[in-house]
Write a protein that binds this ligand. Structure first.
Ligand code: UD1
Ligand code: MG
Length: 456
């Protein structure tokens, strides 16, 4: 049976107290919404419909980063979860399989749980996913009769007795598309309240359909409704990612100090020293070492490379095998070929550094002219002297050298030495004289002679 997803992400998330929509608050380096959307691939979703509302364009753009094929549908007015799901009717026209509704604010939902949901669908027309809550709080409550789910009652409308029920609604529900939309059509708004998706349970039951509950662990469906819950969710996600890394053969010297992104990809036998931060989009191959206090995002590090300590790799960086990036080095949108070294205090941006090239301390690729970015090319085995300014666009040929302190504004031919700095002059004895004059107060004498003068 083909499956499609509807992800509800129209809400503002009032309790987050933020101008950013709740679905876009980052968790593990990616918007919260991306976690729910990650279920699409493992379940082989035919269509993914994201319901947007509050700041729909931003939410839509983020959703398209996760899945360029996702369909955005705007819920112009927030009239409740039933109304939100109903907006997907057009986007799912002609689709005859099962629909699973997910909430954007439930980031720990795992694709494996979807399988349980679909298994329960084999015996029930409509399946709501529930969990035993340690503290049921404001969740909707399942009113069961044997294995039949008779109705779901929202906390606000529950009687004292119903509030004792600990089997709660996750918000996730599955039904065949036509069944779902025909039930939704019957959901009414109550007195002073929105149209609740949860009312579908009682309507289906009254229609003589079989309504069931699939059960998952509370940890898998924790909602994020406030900054405190977001911080707890981040902590929990980081613990999970560290455990996964260790189980996959990664050495973490101080696991609790390393911050991962949801998609960090570390091969077996990588070594990660303490206090390393991974932003989104990092892949590190087997045998690489990331030394302490480094920050990486959107980059690839090949085997045998050593990064840091205190290095920063920004998006678009490619570090080839056995290359070295040392302390206080920033690299952006640049490729270091095999064995290239940038060991100290440098900025390399929009550049290609050749095989075994050596970039001296304090080198800067001056890539930005205030309007556009320009490219720098350093050939294989070139030697860039310390404190070289490479004013892009510029090329340094294979095996060429630049003298320390040079400002390189023209291409350097292969094998050439470029010197671009003022010639040094030595003035015998002048330092001693200058110091004496300064010690004497540094004022000009009556003779009008100022000794070395302040402008020496
Ligand atoms: C909902 C459920 C509740 C369940 C809980 C689980 C209903 C009526 N209640 O309550 O039974 O225990 O989730 O976390 O369904 N949204 C829209 N458009 C709307 C309203 C909401 O897209 O008009 C989206 C929100 O952005 C959010 C999701 O639906 O992602 C859930 O809405 P929320 O207001 O958080 O519902 P809860 O009160 O948590
Ligand atoms: Mg909620």
């Amino acid at each position: 049976m083909p499956v499609s997803l509807i992800i509800l992400a129209a809400g503002q998330g009032t309790r987050m107290d933020s101008r950013l929509p709740k679905a876009l608050h980052p968790l593990g380096g990616v918007p919260m919404l991306a976690h729910a959307m990650a279920c699409a691939e493992p379940v082989g979703a035919e269509r993914v419909v994201v319901i947007t509302g509050h700041r729909a364009e931003e939410v839509g753009a983020a959703a398209h980063v996760c899945d360029p094929g996702a369909i955005m549908v705007r819920q112009a007015e927030r009239l409740g979860t039933a109304h939100a799901v109903e907006q997907a009717r057009g986007a799912l026209s002609g689709f005859t399989g099962d629909v699973i509704v997910l909430l954007a604010d439930t980031p720990f939902f795992r694709p494996e749980i979807t399988r349980d949901l679909l298994r329960a669908r084999e015996t029930h027309d409509v399946v709501f996913m529930g969990f035993e809550a340690a503290d049921p709080g404001h969740y909707g409550r399942f009113v069961m009769q044997g294995d039949r789910l008779r109705r779901i009652v929202e906390f606000a409308e529950a009687t004292g007795e119903e509030r004792q029920i600990r089997l709660c609604n996750t918000g996730v529900v599955a039904a065949r598309a036509d069944v779902l939309f025909s039930l939704l059509a019957e959901v009414q708004a109550g007195a002073g309240r929105e149209r609740y998706l949860t009312d579908m349970a009682a309507i289906a039951d009254q229609r003589g359909l079989s309504v069931g509950a699939a059960i998952c662990a509370e940890a898998d469906v924790q909602g994020v409704n406030s900054r405190a819950e977001l911080a707890r969710a981040e902590g929990k996600l980081q613990t999970r990612l560290r455990t996964d890394a260790l189980q996959n053969g990664v050495t973490l010297i101080a696991p609790e100090t390393v911050t991962f992104a949801r998609d960090t990809c570390l091969a077996r036998d990588t070594v990660i020293e303490p206090h390393v931060v991974f932003g989104p989009g990092v892949t590190v191959d087997s045998g690489a070492t990331i030394r302490a206090f480094s920050h990486l995002e959107g980059c690839h590090v090949a085997g045998g490379a050593v990064i840091g300590p205190y290095a920063r790799l920004r998006p678009g960086t490619q570090i080839a095998a056995a290359a070295k990036v040392g302390n206080f080095v920033e690299i952006k949108n640049a490729a270091l070929a095999e064995g290239a070294k940038v060991n100290h205090l440098s900025y390399i941006g929009d550049a290609r550094i050749g095989v075994a090239a050596n970039i001296g301390a304090g080198t800067v690729t001056c890539n930005y002219d205030g309007v556009a970015k320009h490219h720098t090319e350093v050939g294989a085995r070139a030697f860039i002297g310390s404190d070289t300014m490479l004013v892009a666009p510029v090329k340094v040929g294979e095996g060429a050298m630049t003298a320390s302190g040079s400002v390189i504004t023209r291409d350097v031919p292969e094998g050439a030495l470029a010197i671009g700095r003022a010639r040094q002059e030595n003035k015998p004895g002048l330092a001693r004289k200058l110091l004496q004059w300064l010690a004497a107060g540094g004022k000009s004498g009556k003779s009008g002679k100022s000794g070395t003068g302040g402008r020496a």
